[in-house]
Ligand binder design. Structure first.
Ligand code: ATP
Ligand code: MG
Length: 198
């Protein structure tokens, strides 16, 4: 037992030294570009989690929701009460989408809001929820989106969520997480649940 304990202590000490030295070496501050992509559940939840975290520190934030405009959204109800600005795409783009020209019009008007916030140094965190689909469907111009991200204020953090994020956005991002689906209640015939799914 004692040998186990002293081995454990040695291992922990080594680990602590490693982690401490990495923490000491990471001294830079900058506005981060975060991407949360993949097929699993939790991308938008995580994006709103970042916004909530920032707001909890008294920071300013703005959110553009590129789909599901007509849906209620618990985070939106809450965060609006805490001064977070929202732009919700007029006709929620979904798999039901039929009219491409209409969708493009709405995507572009949502993008105008995004562009304005990406140029505003008083906004510290911008969440672009479900932006990836606008690029997959070519509703927005990739180069324009990249340019706006590159030119944003130096200390502004941006979170992009959505499945199948474009490779060029992944390349320019600082932190990229892929949420993998292991199982989902929907596959067992359970419909979306208030407070968990929206
Ligand atoms: P959430 O908003 O819950 O964080 P998400 O942003 O990761 O989910 P989306 O692709 O935006 O996922 O899908 C939104 C809706 O679809 C949510 O109601 C979510 O529960 C559901 N969903 C997410 N992943 C899956 C999946 N793998 N299978 C079925 N439904 C899913
Ligand atoms: Mg989502």
């Amino acid at each position: 037992m004692t040998t186990d304990n002293s081995k454990h202590q040695q291992r922990q000490q080594k680990l602590k030294e490693k982690v401490d030295s990495r923490i000491a070496a990471a001294t830079d501050d900058k506005g981060l570009l975060l991407v949360i992509t993949g097929n699993g559940k939790g991308k938008s939840t995580a994006g709103f989690g970042v916004v909530t975290r920032a707001v909890g520190h008294g920071m300013t934030a703005a959110v553009v929701q590129f789909i599901k405009g007509q849906w209620e959204c618990g985070e939106r109800n809450l965060l609006k009460q805490h001064g977070v600005d929202f732009h919700v795409m007029a006709s929620g783009f979904t798999w039901e989408t039929q009219n491409r020209d209409e969708d493009i019009k709405h995507a572009e008007s949502a993008w105008q809001a995004a562009k304005q916030w990406l140029a505003d140094p008083s906004i510290e965190v911008v969440l672009l929820d479900e932006l990836t689909y606008m690029l997959t469907y070519k509703y927005l111009d990739l180069n324009q989106v990249i340019a706006a991200l590159e030119q944003r204020p130096e200390h502004q953090h941006v979170v992009i969520t959505g499945r199948a994020c474009h490779r060029r956005i992944i390349e320019m991002a600082d932190t990229v997480s892929e949420v993998q689906s292991i199982k989902h209640a929907f596959d067992a015939g359970i419909r979306v649940q208030r407070g968990v799914d929206w």
